[in-house]
Design a binder for this molecule. Structure first.
Ligand code: AHR
Length: 500
């Protein structure tokens, strides 16, 4: 059996976990909206056409914020197409995804859906084909109480109370040449700054996310962030990161090491933010928004009919090994929650998503649903700095990758300490000794483990074999406990304070 050690202490804190770390994303793409969250003819649809079977699964995930309406879609989107009487809304070509957008679902439907899903909106504006004016008028339409053209228009659409949307994305992936209205960093930085200026003049309470790089392998990565921040530092609150991983080489060692790449990416973006802060002698700190992340590759090359409505696009069916990487990525995020305040798994339903639906049929949980659900529900509180001593290995692209990775979240109010641990070991169990001297009155109450599956095992609507199982609790003395991590596994260990 392998051995590893983990030490945590109450005073060694990374920081408070912002609940928005467990956000998600709904884009007008494929069956995410139509046939996903919205399907008026579905047996479970409510009066607004929202699928309540899907809402139930979203509530299990406890999703605090949802980014909308794109993604690549937003860079060609005219938000005024999606408001007012549905019968008069125009159908448009969606150039980002080669489909037809009916606009039956728009801003107000999304806000109604957010209320039904018990979540907050994160609204993206079009800085591709549109600009500051359209961004600003959308803020006025959504957030101004009444008495102006745009706010009165909202009232006339049946929404007297302002939506009060707080968090806004200044465009999407503007560094990518695939993006409609792609810009250089200097072009984007100027436009983003002017859009931010008038959006904040319209509503000073909004928080704004600048587009960072589309991923850390972009040729312009680093320079893009520095230039854009230089031009828009004072107006912005966050800068975005996007990161998708794949296992196209079918190399599980290398695949599971990719959370290390995510962590390097996070650290590099923090460094660039702080370089610009120093250069500007500013007291303002820019935080990070990882507003697209996931595994994405299974559906590459899938065909659909051009200009069709809501075809099945990007419908990755996830495996057991994907669930492990999702868990490892969540551990990496928690380790940086002092600066990483927002993260959105991309996406939420049908499109590279933890939740799948059959149009007209069932809704079901993918493998990746489970680590996300556990961390979202129990990873709330203060993330602690864990010192981990584990064997390391090298992979094709990475060196010194720990066999074991883990993080702890302490929730003082609930008297709970939750440890999330993953083992990258291929064959052996690992005995993880956790030093808990600082938590003498805490005892294990639940050990939930995802393990023992073929690495390519998937769930379907009919069968969900990849699901965590509760295992016997480890013994604990006042100072430590020994937790056995099976090979290739994800574990959530919950401890509760017991005062005797
Ligand atoms: O999430 C799918 C797509 O990935 C988004 O539209 C885009 O922003 C990213 O490239």
């Amino acid at each position: 059996m392998k051995k590893a050690r983990m030490t945590i202490a109450k005073e060694f804190k990374v920081g408070e976990v912002d609940k928005r770390l467990y956000g998600s994303f709904i884009e007008h793409l494929g069956r995410a909206v139509y046939g996903g969250i919205y399907e008026p003819s579905h047996a479970t649809a409510d009066a607004s056409g929202f699928r309540t079977d899907v809402l139930d699964l979203i509530k299990e995930l406890n999703v605090p914020i949802v980014r909308y309406p794109g993604g690549n879609f937003v860079s060609g989107y005219n938000w005024t197409d999606g408001i007012g009487p549905k019968a008069t809304r125009p159908a448009r070509l969606d150039l980002a995804w080669d489909t037809t957008e009916t606009n039956e679902f728009g801003t107000n439907e999304f806000m109604d859906w957010c209320r039904a899903a018990d979540t907050e909106p994160m609204m993206a504006v079009n800085l591709g084909l549109k600009g500051p004016e359209e961004a600003r008028t959308l803020v006025e339409y959504c957030n101004h109480p009444a008495g102006t053209y745009w706010s009165d228009l909202r009232c006339s659409h049946g929404y007297d109370a302002p939506h009060n949307i707080k968090l806004w994305c200044l465009g999407n992936e503007m560094d990518g040449d695939w993006q409609i209205g792609h810009k250089t960093a200097a072009e984007y930085g100027r436009v983003a700054n002017e859009a931010a200026k008038v959006m904040k003049m319209t509503d000073r309470s909004v928080e704004l996310v600048l587009c960072g790089s589309s991923n850390s392998r972009m040729k312009t990565f680093g320079d893009w962030e520095a230039t854009v921040l230089d031009l828009a530092y004072d107006k912005a609150d966050y800068i975005s990161l996007h990161q998708y991983f794949d296992n196209r080489d079918n190399d599980i060692r290398n695949f599971l090491a990719k959370s290390v790449e995510l962590e390097e990416y996070i650290k590099s973006v923090i460094a660039v933010c702080d370089f610009i802060r120093a250069k500007k002698h500013s007291k303002h700190t820019i935080h990070l928004s990882l507003d697209e992340w996931n595994v994405w590759y299974h559906s590459h090359g899938a065909q659909f009919e051009k200009w069709s409505k809501a075809p099945a696009i990007l419908e990755d069916i996830y495996t057991f090994e994907d669930a492990l990487l999702v868990g490892l990525m969540l551990i990496a995020m928690l380790r940086h929650c002092d600066r990483l305040k927002v993260a959105c798994i991309a996406q939420l339903v049908n499109v590279i998503a933890p939740i799948m639906t059959e149009t007209g049929g069932r809704a079901w949980r993918q493998t990746i649903f489970y680590p996300l659900m556990q961390v979202s529900n129990y990873g709330r509180g203060t993330a602690l700095t864990a010192v981990i001593d584990a064997d390391k290995h090298d992979t094709k692209d990475f060196t010194d990758v720990p066999d074991t990775d883990a993080v702890a979240v302490y929730n003082e109010e609930r008297g709970e300490l939750t440890i999330f641990a993953a083992s990258r070991a291929l064959e052996e169990d690992t005995l993880l000794t956790i030093n808990l001297s600082d938590f003498p009155t805490f005892y294990p109450v639940r050990r939930s483990v995802l393990a023992g599956h073929d690495k390519k095992q998937r769930n379907t609507a009919d069968t969900g074999p990849v699901v965590p199982k509760d295992l016997p609790l480890p013994e604990k003395d006042a100072h430590s406990l020994d937790l056995v991590l099976p090979p290739l596994s994800w574990t959530m260990l919950q401890l509760k304070e017991r005062i005797v």
